[in-house]
Design a protein around this ligand. Structure first.
Ligand SMILES: Nc1ncnc2c1ncn2[C@@H]1O[C@H](COP(=O)(O)OP(=O)(O)O)[C@@H](O)[C@H]1O
Ligand SMILES: [Mg+2]
Length: 334
């Protein structure tokens, strides 16, 4: 809509994870280096976490764009799957044919890994949004990483996800998976200087001749609103260009940015939501442990009640035992 007005060839602040627009901040550079290592490591897991919108998926798409032909890749971007669905999806991605059950999958997959090893091909499994993985599926992924020859592990695994994934990994049941993580990195948002360079970089990539469409004060406002999160920067800058076009203003100043922030809404809601999600992940796992403990205690008490009631005088009078239990349960629930 505003492209001609600003002499742009394409939208500068689109929300798609397009590697052509990749801006390499220090943190993005580091994360990309770890991802590249993850393709060839033959050792364990690489885990990258980061807030929503910091650029995890964009980095993965960059990795795919430069991936050598001899890599056998399964990329799972929507991992909220049951175990059966997960195995079926992997079989489809690695072209293993129709698999009957888990045993059938493991036989075919092991053969596939061994053949790829002989052909000097890397086999890589990448799961984006790994915080959505069903915990049983996460355990299965760990078990798949055990398949090895005496010389090397045969499957390289990269997991990327939101910060709550770290809370999931911190649970005792994922102890051994955690030990397998060779590299773990948290992708950081941009700082103010990087935010300015990021905006100018995207404008230049979109064909702008003048990359100084935004004023210095506008940059500061954009940074304080977005906290350096690229997705929020994109949303705000896109809206600002549209507003500038409607007002026939080629320079975007802090007044326009203020107006757009008021329209879009306060991003504190957004950050608060994302923090709440992290909290929820922790609370849910604590809640589960509490429920298990409570059930164990109730069962123990029931056993004691039954034993007391079954002393010689009571033997043969099962209805009394039953009454006692029902009475106890009634009290317990009440
Ligand atoms: N380093 C970057 N360079 C260019 N654009 C980026 C970068 N990081 C994020 N973005 C942009 O921000 C938006 C959100 O990025 P995305 O990769 O989907 O984040 P995440 O997967 O962490 O939620 C996309 O529009 C993407 O193009
Ligand atoms: Mg993503």
């Amino acid at each position: 809509m505003y492209l001609d007005f600003y002499n742009l060839k394409t939208e500068p602040f689109s929300l798609s994870p397009d590697p052509k627009f990749l801006f390499l901040s220090e943190s993005h550079k580091e994360a990309l280096a770890y991802l590249r290592y993850g393709l060839i490591q033959q050792k364990g897991f690489v885990v990258i976490t980061g807030e929503v919108g910091t650029g995890k998926t964009t980095l993965l798409f960059t990795l795919f764009a430069e991936m050598p032909q001899k890599v056998e890749l399964a990329f799972i971007s929507n991992p909220a799957l049951s175990k059966d669905e997960f195995f079926a999806l992997l079989a489809e991605k690695y072209k293993l044919g129709q698999v009957k059950d888990k045993a059938d999958f493991l036989i075919r997959f092991t053969r596939f890994l061994e053949n790829s090893f002989l052909e000097k091909k890397e086999v890589v499994l990448i799961v984006d949004e790994a915080h959505c993985l069903n915990e049983d599926v996460l355990q299965e992924i760990r078990l798949l990483s055990n398949i090895e020859t005496p010389e090397a592990k045969l499957l390289n695994i990269i997991l990327t996800g939101q910060p709550e994934f770290e809370h999931i990994l911190a649970q005792p049941r994922f102890r051994s998976l955690k030990q397998r993580i060779t590299l773990k990195y948290t992708l950081k948002p941009l700082n103010l200087d990087e935010t300015i360079s990021y905006i100018q970089f995207r404008l230049a990539k979109a064909g702008a001749k003048d990359i100084n469409i935004f004023t210095e004060d506008a940059y500061k406002k954009i940074f304080s609103y977005s906290k350096g999160i690229p997705r929020l920067i994109n949303v705000l800058c896109d809206r600002a260009l549209l507003t500038g076009f409607v007002n026939e203003t080629r320079q975007i100043d802090e007044k326009i940015i203020d107006e757009c922030i008021a329209e879009i809404g306060d991003n504190n809601n957004y950050l608060a939501t994302s923090n709440k999600e992290s909290q929820r992940a922790v609370t849910t796992s604590r809640g589960k442990t509490f429920k298990l403990l409570a059930t164990a205690v109730v069962i123990l008490i029931l056993v004691v009640v039954v034993l007391i009631c079954c002393k010689p005088g009571y033997l043969g009078e099962y209805h009394k035992v039953l009454d006692k239990i029902l009475e106890f349960l009634g009290k317990y629930n009440g």
